[in-house]
Design a protein around this ligand. Structure first.
Ligand code: ATP
Length: 233
């Protein structure tokens, strides 16, 4: 479904990605783990068209999207839940969801709204509340719901568990699993390696802009290097 081959990306003189290759098959949950500054967000943003990659290629559903504008990539069925949620704080829950469904056809809009409200009943209860006044966990739910409004085939989640209480993290991870069961392919970027790898069909480890390990999720969980570096010893 997604094939990233040997991409490099720079911010001025800083090289953030160095010949990174990853693949995501339809129906999978693929997890990318890595420390702060490893290049995880840069990889997601590069797939979405920004920053432009300096070498390599990105194919999505057999189309070359390497040089495509972000708006076109977003309309092709990829949706992103950005790091830090980035909800519209002054807009209500309902208005945030309308923003997410901006390109959704009017005849499927209500269906999508019902779908996300059924997935997150808390958001339905709070549809008139301003996004910025909600708790961190509720804001994360809203960010996921907003991304789902465009009916993505492939969903990118950038550190969805960051800063959340363990019980809320459990809820978020079980929603991710449910989305996969409903047919959404997931590319999950996480520092919470333990839980993210448990959920994953396959995983990649990114260090200093390079993929240093890749395997099925269960094997990475028992890999000594992964245990030492990402699973607390
Ligand atoms: P984190 O887990 O802390 O979010 P990350 O793995 O997502 O980290 P990136 O945010 O992709 O890492 O950063 C990779 C490298 O690129 C870092 O060295 C970072 O300082 C640099 N970088 C990221 N964004 C920019 C930017 N807009 N301008 C300059 N350098 C940047």
């Amino acid at each position: 479904m997604l094939k990233v081959e040997g991409i490099s990306a720079h911010y001025g003189k800083i090289q953030a990605l160095d010949k990174v290759s990853i693949e995501v098959e339809e129906g999978e949950i693929v997890t990318l783990i890595g420390a702060n500054g490893a290049g995880k967000t840069t990889l997601l943003m590069s797939i979405c068209g920004d920053p432009r990659v300096s070498e390599g290629s990105i194919h999505y559903l057999n189309q070359d999207i390497t040089q495509q504008p972000t708006s076109k990539i977003m309309r092709s069925g990829i949706s992103i839940v950005p790091e830090g949620r980035r909800i519209f704080a002054r807009l209500t829950v309902e208005e945030n969801l309308h923003m997410g469904g901006f390109f959704t056809e009017p005849r499927t809009f209500d269906e999508r709204l019902n779908f996300v409200y059924q997935l997150f009943p808390r958001l339905k209860e709070r549809e008139k509340q301003r996004g910025g006044t909600m708790s961190g966990g509720e804001q994360q739910m809203l960010a996921i719901a907003r991304a789902l409004m465009s009916q993505p085939k492939l969903l990118f989640l950038d550190e969805p568990s960051l800063g959340l209480a363990p019980i809320v993290i459990q809820q978020i991870f079980s929603i991710i699993q449910r989305l996969r069961d409903e047919g959404v392919t997931i590319f999950l970027v996480e520092q919470n390696a333990n839980q993210a790898l448990r959920l994953a069909d396959r995983g990649y480890v990114l260090e200093n802009g390079r993929v240093v390990l890749q395997d099925v999720g269960s094997k990475l969980l028992t890999n000594n290097d992964v245990i030492k570096a990402y699973l607390g010893g």
